[in-house]
Ligand binder design. Structure first.
Ligand code: G3P
Length: 217
């Protein structure tokens, strides 16, 4: 499963990219606002740090405007992926841009039928939002499983990019369900590493090693 980092914070991206564990970046208008940066400057800096796909989201709501903004964003760097909302205009823009060879990420997906339409529109990625479904007591992971089954039934090439991940269990469950990508906020990424038994076991190993009086190298 590929790990994308879900932020427009360049410092966070640079730090996590240095681990070699990050395969791409996703942003959205709220994350750009949070970054305090101009979108074109932020995306250009991010694209220079991370080799993988970097999603930048259009803000137009009409097909023509989405296509125009998408092409403007795509000029920033070769690894820009154009993010489009899952509306009828977004699907039409996705079809047009995908047919022209642009990478597209259809976002704000909350149903399997929406994901089916995005695949038929040629989306490179589909972004179902797990956490926001959980927020309204609908099982977000069920949507990931439904989309996986549908895409596998018909061999759709659209990659399932699980988004709105709030917990380490979301990441694990997405991997079990077969998501192609998980886009993970830095706060959740940090939760994946730590385990108290790892810390306890390492402390015990080091204490016992100290007693041997030995050193390596
Ligand atoms: O990539 C989508 C993600 O940023 C949304 O997360 O926590 O606002 O639902 P959240």
């Amino acid at each position: 499963m590929k790990f994308f980092i879900d932020t427009a914070d360049v410092d966070e991206i640079r730090e996590w990219n240095s681990t070699g564990l990050i395969d791409g970046v996703t942003t959205n208008p709220s994350l750009i606002l949070k970054s305090g940066r101009q979108i074109d400057e932020a995306l250009a800096e991010i694209c220079a740090i991370v080799d993988g796909p970097v999603s930048g989201e259009v803000t137009a709501i009409d097909t023509i405007g989405m296509i125009s903004q998408g092409k403007t964003l795509a000029k920033i760097a070769d690894n820009i992926c154009i993010k489009l909302p899952l509306t009828m205009d977004g699907l039409k823009a996705c079809k047009a841009l995908s047919d022209e060879g642009f990478k597209t990420n259809v976002t704000l997906c909350f149903s399997a039928n929406q994901a089916l339409l995005a695949a038929k529109a040629g989306a490179t990625y589909i972004s179902p939002f797990i956490g926001r479904l959980d927020d309204i007591n609908i099982d977000g992971m069920e949507l990931i499983e439904e989309i996986r089954a549908i895409y596998d039934n018909y061999g759709f090439e659209t990659q399932l990019l699980a988004a709105s991940l709030r917990t380490a269990n979301h990441v694990k469950d997405c991997a079990i369900a077969g998501a192609d990508v998980a886009t993970i906020p830095p706060s959740t990424l940090g939760k994946l590493v730590a385990h108290p038994l790892t810390d306890k076991g390492l402390a015990a190993f080091l204490a016992d090693w100290e007693k041997t009086g030995q050193s390596i190298g």
